[in-house]
Design a protein around this ligand. Structure first.
Ligand SMILES: *[C@@H]1O[C@H](CO)[C@@H](O)[C@H](O)[C@H]1NC(C)=O
Ligand SMILES: *[C@@H]1O[C@H](CO)[C@@H](O)[C@H](O)[C@H]1NC(C)=O
Ligand SMILES: *[C@@H]1O[C@H](CO)[C@@H](O)[C@H](O)[C@H]1NC(C)=O
Length: 358
């Protein structure tokens, strides 16, 4: 199972190597995190649709601008399409994704902002209202809604809703219940995570600068692998003003996908054969551990020590770097702490399937 997380050449199921493999994967994660401060907040990876454009010296993206057109609507999508079923194996693996973005919505009652998963050819169907999806029947949306529209069953003018192919949300959550107001003009940070093994989508929201909340604001079960099959989709952030003067801005956006190892979600065809196979596997594993005995334990402990030292170094470098960023880019949105937190979470995510197998 380690092969999934390490280059094929490093594949080994022998215990002492496990910590080494993990160390090397941590190192590559480290490299990723620490190189982020040198990158711009937004690369050239976006397509701007409608009224969306860079503002404030390219530090932010304004999705709507009612002073230019009314109603105003704008969408940014990642250039690179993704698939929610990985195409590179015979038994197609469902793909999980994690995204987080920081945004603000001005104090008017417009439609707010939405994270969207759309068919690849969506662009030509983009319209000026309701997040631009009125002409599209196939989409997934997480809306941050600041308007009560009774036609679509909205609960209040401050809610998060999950839309599957329709603006009538399949699930909504009251943002007032966590003490936040979407259209206060204050910067907010949201995390949307889809886990393909449990088929759950989770939405979290906090004030910008606060840590990622432990409890999601909204959880819903939806099978995106089933919904999109092997089709290419694009992901985007969209906003529309309705009849209001609302402006919505986006300051940072991270998006990443990951495959899930087959064993995490596959259903055994013959449960008895599966458990037989499993107990044999366990027995073999036990023998192996006994044989390696003391030495493997020692090596493993040494690995743990090195790991701890690395984590301390990592955290130190992190704080060094983030304060440096704040100092060297004055006048820009200071947004890197969010990026770092995201990367740290990833280190944990990479680790857990290995643990689960033990
Ligand atoms: C915009 O950003 C560039 C590069 O960071 C900087 O050189 C320039 O002075 C900034 N302009 C304004 C008006 O802030
Ligand atoms: C949303 O939450 C607030 C604060 O807890 C509460 O006063 C309000 O009635 C709730 N609204 C709905 C529609 O549940
Ligand atoms: C634009 O940048 C300035 C600093 O240059 C900052 O004070 C202001 O809040 C930014 N505006 C937005 C909408 O982020």
């Amino acid at each position: 199972m380690l092969q999934f997380y390490s280059p094929p050449s490093a594949s080994s199921s022998i215990h002492p190597f496990r910590s080494l493999v993990f160390l090397s994967s941590l190192l590559s994660a480290l490299h990723l995190s620490l190189s982020i401060p040198n990158k711009p907040h937004f690369g050239s990876n976006f397509v701007f649709i409608g009224d969306a454009k860079f503002t404030n010296n390219s530090s932010c993206i304004r999705l709507t601008d009612p002073r230019i057109s009314s109603p105003s609507s704008g969408l940014i999508v990642l250039k690179k399409p993704i698939r929610l079923l990985s195409p590179n194996s015979k038994s197609r693996k469902p793909v999980s994704f994690s995204t987080d973005f920081t945004f603000s919505i001005s104090p008017h009652n417009g439609d707010g902002l939405a994270f969207l998963v759309l068919p690849r050819n969506f662009q030509s169907k983009f319209s000026g209202e309701s997040f631009g999806v009125l002409k599209e029947s196939r989409f997934l949306g997480v809306e941050f809604d600041t308007l009560i529209d009774e036609n679509v069953g909205d609960v209040n003018a401050n809610h998060v809703g999950l839309d599957v192919g329709s603006l009538v949300s399949v699930k909504t959550s009251n943002v007032s219940s966590i003490g936040l107001v979407l259209n206060s003009g204050v910067k907010l940070h949201s995390w949307v995570d889809y886990d393909s093994s449990s088929k759950r989508i989770e939405v979290r929201l906090s004030k910008f600068g606060s840590p990622r909340p432990y409890n999601p604001l909204m959880v819903h079960q939806v099978d995106l692998g089933e919904m999109w099959r092997n089709e290419e989709v694009i992901v985007g952030l969209s906003s529309s003003t309705g009849n209001s003067m609302q402006t919505s801005s986006v300051y940072t956006w991270n998006f990443r996908t990951r495959d899930v190892p087959q064993w995490l979600h596959s259903q055994p065809l013959d449960p008895q054969a599966f458990s037989r196979e499993h107990s044999e596997e366990k027995l073999a594993q036990k023998r192996k551990i006994c044989a390696l005995g003391f030495i493997s334990g020692l090596v493993f402990l040494t690995g743990c020590g090195a790991l701890l030292a690395l984590v301390v170094l990592f955290l130190w470098a992190l704080f060094e770097n983030s304060s440096e960023t704040v100092l060297t880019i004055p006048g820009k949105c200071t947004v890197h702490s969010g990026d770092f937190r995201y990367e740290k979470i990833n280190v944990v995510v990479r680790d857990s399937p290995t643990d689960a197998k033990n």
